[in-house]
Design a protein around this ligand. Structure first.
Ligand SMILES: [Zn+2]
Length: 468
């Protein structure tokens, strides 16, 4: 029995690990590499295994950097079951469809301009075929998926349906428990439960996205948002909030509902201008059994989710265009989260040059994106080839990350009843080293940072390179 570290071992995206036991092969996640210009070519590379030889896939959660290559795996011959939480399977129908249509769109552009690969990574039809292979599970139930291999999903508190996976592997007399973190959420985040406790594990594979830093507290974040909305009202302007469609948009609407009177929101109109966020919202609000106690109580009191009387869901294009004429009193939540596409672009064109408007940046902004240029304080930006003076006030608000910070990750690791062998993945190299030192110092464990292709022998606990 062994685990091969493959994707997201030396980078943040493209999560994928290969478990071999009892003659079976299982993939833990199969994510897309995202964030760089050469990524499309990386995602098109052959898998280091025959997709046909994979017996099953276990998917931790719906984010594309964990799920986005599953349709490609299916396209290349994998026809086995994909085990995941039932809410993740629903979200994947939205997320993988979107990923496919982006890829189709890019391929069309390349075909027109005569460069690069003219074929999409996969089509919408292929993405939906992959979703049909998903078997929805619930948290907390052990399920034997192959002889000698059982899995149990636990709430990771990251996005709806997100799970860390407990795998119990048995070969003859040897039995080992492996825990794969997927992505771990923040403790005390809106709507989501806190990450569950680990229980028993011989091995823990832990992500490290924010293993080197602490987020601002939710209380500070909430009071900052309130102050910005107040200032925008005094200035007689609009508030623009670029937001990721799944998770962040729903949390934001929930927070607006929670502080509806405190922030004097009846004098505003709130627009969720993102077809994908509207679709994801239906899934979020359709699973109250997965919310934390506070959200459940809130729903009972208000009988409405999201709890906003002045919310407009503007799915249709003409509804979106109609927002252009609103010069003040609009809170506009639209994608994409990093302003590198989507409807937020149009709203920025209409508002960015107006000193009375405010832009609220609530998520991570990658280098090279328009969102990053705004955060970096550029006085002039180009949007779709036109230059705009940045006169609106740009605010960066931390604290709403779906990822746990250093202390959240340590708290989660500390919830293990025993002293497991820890392997750090899914982070920038520098961050993984910092996180390793932190774990060593604070938990007296000796974590390892595996390289891509290294193999962990689950029987002996020895980490070796593939050749040896
Ligand atoms: Zn994630």
């Amino acid at each position: 029995m062994e685990l091969e570290f493959y994707g997201a071992t030396h980078r943040v995206t493209g999560s994928c690990h290969i478990l071999r036991a009892g003659g079976h092969t299982i993939l833990l996640d199969c994510g897309l590499v995202q964030g760089g210009p050469e990524d499309d070519a990386v995602n098109r590379e052959p898998f280091p295994f025959d997709p046909d030889s994979i017996d099953a896939v276990v998917l931790s959660h719906g984010h594309i950097d964990h799920s986005g290559r599953i349709p490609l795996l299916v396209k290349r011959g994998f026809n086995g079951p994909i085990y995941t939480h039932e809410a993740t399977a629903e979200l994947c129908r939205v997320l993988l469809k979107d990923s496919a249509s982006l890829s189709e769109h890019d391929a069309l552009r390349r075909r027109r301009h005569g460069y690069g690969d003219a074929e999409p990574l996969y089509t919408v039809e292929e993405a939906l075929l992959a979703v049909d292979q998903m078997h929805g599970l619930r948290y907390g139930k052990m399920k034997e998926i192959l002889p000698g291999i059982s899995i149990r999903l636990h709430d990771a508190g990251h996005i709806l349906g997100s799970a860390f996976v407990e795998l119990e592997v048995t070969e003859g007399e040897v039995r080992r428990t492996l825990v794969f973190s997927g992505d771990i959420g923040q403790y005390g985040t809106p709507i989501m439960n806190d990450p569950s406790a680990i229980g028993h594990a011989d091995y823990v594979i832990v992500e490290s996205t924010y293993g080197d830093r602490l987020h601002r507290s939710l209380e500070e974040t909430v009071s900052e948002i309130g102050e910005i909305i107040d200032a925008a009202h005094r200035d007689h302007g609009n508030v623009l909030i670029p937001s990721f469609a799944v998770g962040r948009s729903q949390e934001l609407l929930y927070l607006l509902g929670q502080h509806y009177h405190e922030w004097d929101l009846p004098r505003w109109q709130v627009y969720l201008d993102s077809p994908m966020a509207i679709e994801a919202g239906k899934i979020y609000w359709g699973h109250p059994e997965l919310w934390d106690d506070e959200a459940k109580l809130f729903r009972k009191e208000l009988r409405r989710m999201p709890p906003l009387g002045n919310l407009h869901l503007t799915g249709m294009v003409d509804q979106s265009i109609a927002i252009n004429s609103v010069r003040q009193g609009a809170i506009i939540v639209a994608g994409s989260g990093m302003c590198n596409g989507g409807r937020i672009i149009h709203h920025l064109k209409n508002n960015i040059w107006r000193p009375e408007c405010h832009v609220l940046i609530i998520g991570f902004q990658a280098l090279g994106t328009l969102g990053r240029r705004l955060v970096d304080g550029q006085h002039e930006v180009h949007i779709n080839g036109t230059s705009f003076r940045v006169a609106a006030k740009i605010h960066t608000v931390g604290g709403l990350s779906a990822h746990g910070d250093r202390d959240d990750l340590l708290r989660w690791l500390g919830s293990c009843e025993c002293r497991p062998a820890v392997f750090i993945v899914h982070g920038e190299d520098r961050v993984k080293e910092i996180f390793r030192e932190t774990i060593k110092a604070s938990m007296s464990l000796e974590p390892e940072v595996p390289m891509p292709g290294q193999i962990l022998d689950l029987g002996s606990g020895i980490l070796r390179s593939a050749e040896s």
